[in-house]
Design a protein around this ligand. Structure first.
Ligand SMILES: [Zn+2]
Length: 156
C-alpha cells in the first residue's frame, strides 16, 4: 500500500510502519551506492543536503541553515561537488554553526525526492537525477536565498 512521507511528500511503496521509514530506507540505499562507487559518490554531498532539507524535522534546528548554505555554495560555486574540495573551501563559511539561524522549512520542499533518485540505474543518470533534485530543493527554499547570498557574499 502506498503512503506519503509527511515531510518530503514522496509516494512510498511497500510495507512500512510509517512512510518516513520508507524514505529513510531509500536514502540509506542511495548512500550505500555512493559510498561503494566513486562515480556515484560524486553526488554525495548534494544527496545529503537535499535529503536533510526535505526532512528537516528529524535534524537539529540550525541544520537547515548549514545544509542550505552548502547547497547554495555547491550549486553556485563549484557545480560538481567533491568531498575534499568542500572540506577545504566550504569550512570557512561554516565556522560557527551554533550561531546559524533557524530557517523554517517550506511546506512544499520540491517535487523531486529521494524516490526519484533511488530509481536511477546508471551512474550518469544518478548524478543527473541528484542535480535535478538539488535544483528543486534549492528553489523550494527560495525564501531563505537572501540569507545564503549574504553569508556566501554571492551575487546571484
Ligand atoms: Zn520523505
Amino acid at each position: 500500500m502506498a503512503q506519503y512521507c509527511p515531510m518530503c511528500k514522496a509516494r512510498i511503496e511497500g510495507n512500512y510502519a510509517a512512510a518516513e521509514d520508507g524514505c529513510q530506507k531509500l536514502f540509506e540505499r542511495v548512500l550505500a551506492l555512493e559510498y561503494s562507487d566513486a562515480v556515484y559518490g560524486g553526488a554525495h554531498l548534494l544527496t545529503v543536503d537535499c535529503y536533510a532539507l526535505q526532512h528537516s524535522e528529524i535534524h537539529r534546528p540550525n541544520s537547515n541553515a548549514f545544509h542550505l548554505l552548502r547547497l547554495g555554495w555547491t550549486l553556485n560555486r563549484v557545480r560538481v561537488p567533491k568531498l575534499g574540495q568542500t572540506d577545504n573551501d566550504f569550512k570557512r563559511y561554516a565556522v560557527d554553526l551554533r550561531s546559524f539561524p533557524y530557517l523554517e522549512a517550506p511546506k512544499n520542499r520540491g517535487k523531486i525526492t529521494v524516490v526519484d533518485v533511488a530509481e536511477t540505474v546508471e551512474p550518469k543518470d544518478h548524478m543527473k537525477a541528484v542535480c535535478v533534485w538539488a535544483g528543486a530543493v534549492w528553489r523550494a527554499y527560495g525564501a531563505h536565498h537572501p540569507w545564503v547570498r549574504k553569508k556566501l557574499d554571492l551575487d546571484f
